[in-house]
Design a protein around this ligand. Structure first.
Ligand SMILES: [Zn+2]
Length: 136
């Protein structure tokens, strides 16, 4: 079985087949569904042709089931979901909310594993204990 993703709020499964499904909103209030590949570090995404994602733009991401906002409160550039891998281990996954910024973080307690060409972007932030985040 592949990686399984779910919403940290309602715990509904948000992956279907090889796609992780989000509801997304642009700063101009354009809304639509985004399918991301469930493989960590694979940045293939698809949307309906009427909902084109704009490169370099910050989107808000929502759970497609309960509509909870998934951008982190303390760093809105990171979108948080939960994942269980094929061994059944549970992780927090963070991805960038900026279209075209390719970084993914797999977090297990204090251990952060980074993926993607832009992985350095938030690595320093995630490596720091939470209490220091407000100084960044
Ligand atoms: Zn939800």
């Amino acid at each position: 079985m592949a990686n399984n993703y779910y919403c940290p709020i309602c715990r509904s499964n948000i992956n279907i087949g090889n796609s992780l499904v989000f509801s997304a909103k642009s700063p101009e209030n354009k809304k639509g569904l985004v399918f991301l590949d469930t493989e960590l570090g694979n940045y293939t995404k698809s949307t309906h042709p009427d909902f084109e994602l704009q490169e370099g733009v910050e989107y808000k991401f929502y759970c497609p089931v309960c509509r909870a906002k998934l951008n982190k409160e303390e760093n809105p550039n990171l979108v948080k979901v939960h994942m269980t891998d094929r061994e059944g281990d549970e992780f927090e996954i963070n991805i960038s909310n900026i279209i075209g910024e390719h970084c993914t973080y797999k977090i297990e307690e204090k251990r952060v594993q980074a993926f993607g060409p832009d992985a350095d972007r938030y690595k320093k932030y995630l490596d720091l204990p939470l209490e220091y985040h407000k100084y960044l």
